[in-house]
Design a binder for this molecule. Structure first.
Ligand code: UDP
Length: 322
């Protein structure tokens, strides 16, 4: 298919672009490079370096058959401090993109949503019919776009899928995480192992979990990419589907620390700090729906394997990550 990938210069968008190219698709990446990197765009794709707000001429020119939309601000803390940036980019930008699609006669979209749309869960694993009560602006903006897609499916016959990612990690196709501001556990722990930070602060060890640290569902970015390929043709016109994407089991922060120590051979000094505001004790996905509907099954469920893939890439490209 002829595809447009919004946000294809970022971590997940670039990996999915590589997977789409490997699957024989033709890809144009649209990315304003505000947080992404031009050199992360796989060489088989072309790059239009514009924002979502200016996407209409690109859509009119490319005439894609479908769009995959990864372009967003994604830091929970920043979303609380500068909410206007999050509403403008994530919601305003997505609205501009959907209007550009409509004008170009394109009505098929896969959207990067998030577990943050659920907020604090009543029960785990979290299913797609769980209540959506985001506890931060980031989650609220992603949920707003999910609602937007439902409206566009009903009113304009869009065929849409929202994929609600849990904790994406690992590396694939030689592409991994390199955020200017790193907040995520695995990349921070690997920075410590690489000597780029003194220690890892564990945000609280008094949670009601077996070892007292928070439990999250880490899913390998390559498995996530597979899910996008399966989701792309799935919905019919007028349908908006929502699927959770997780590993199916949770790992505690302590288990991540142990895995990083095992993989890197580094002692990994740890300091126990305060809880981070808004962190639920446990976030684990039920991915039964996408398994049953689309036959998706994660292949890289071993935590040490996920950490190893991220570490090996970091090893090769360390200067980029400092
Ligand atoms: N975490 C931590 N220290 C850090 C970063 C994260 O203890 O420096 C914990 C955090 O409290 C959460 C888990 O690691 O329980 C995963 O956090 P991350 O920011 O990677 O993803 P989130 O679950 O917030 O999307």
């Amino acid at each position: 298919m002829r595809l447009l990938v919004a946000g294809g210069a970022g971590y997940i968008g670039s990996v999915v672009t590589a997977a789409l190219l490997a699957d024989g698709h033709e890809v144009t990446v649209l990315d304003d490079l505000s947080t992404g990197h031009a050199d992360a765009v796989p060489s088989g794709a072309s790059l239009a370096a514009v924002s979502l707000h200016d996407s209409a001429p690109v859509l009119a020119d490319v005439r894609p058959e479908a769009v995959l939309h990864f372009a967003a601000r994604s830091l929970v803390g920043a979303s609380q401090q500068q909410p206007e940036d999050y509403w403008h980019t994530n919601v305003g930008g997505s609205l501009a993109l959907l209007e550009a699609m409509r004008a170009a006669g394109c009505r098929r979209i896969v959207f990067s949503s998030t577990a943050a749309t659920y907020g604090e869960p009543d029960q785990v694993p979290i299913r797609e019919d769980a209540p959506t009560r985001p506890t931060n602006t980031y989650g609220a903006t992603k949920l707003a776009v999910d609602h937007m897609l439902t409206s566009y499916a009903v009113a304009y016959g869009f065929a849409a899928v929202s994929l609600r990612y849990f904790n994406v990690a690992g590396a694939a196709y030689g592409l991994g995480e390199r955020h200017a501001t790193e907040t995520h556990l695995i990349p921070i722990a690997l920075q410590v192992a690489a000597g780029q930070r003194e220690s890892l602060t564990v945000y609280g060890d008094d949670y009601p979990t077996p070892d007292g640290t928070c439990i999250r569902d880490y899913v390998h970015v390559e498995d996530l990419a597979d899910a996008h390929l399966l989701a792309l043709p799935a919905p019919s016109e007028g349908e908006h589907r929502i699927y959770n994407l997780g590993n199916g089991r949770g790992f505690s922060v302590q288990e991540v620390v142990d895995a990083v120590r095992e993989v890197t051979g580094h002692e990994l000094p740890v300091v126990v700090g305060d809880r981070r505001p808004g962190d639920p004790a446990q976030l684990v996905a039920s991915s039964d729906r996408i398994r049953e509907d689309l036959g998706w099954a994660p292949k890289h469920t071993d935590l040490a394997g996920i950490v190893r893939d991220a570490w090996e890439l970091k090893d090769r490209s360390a200067p980029h990550h400092s």
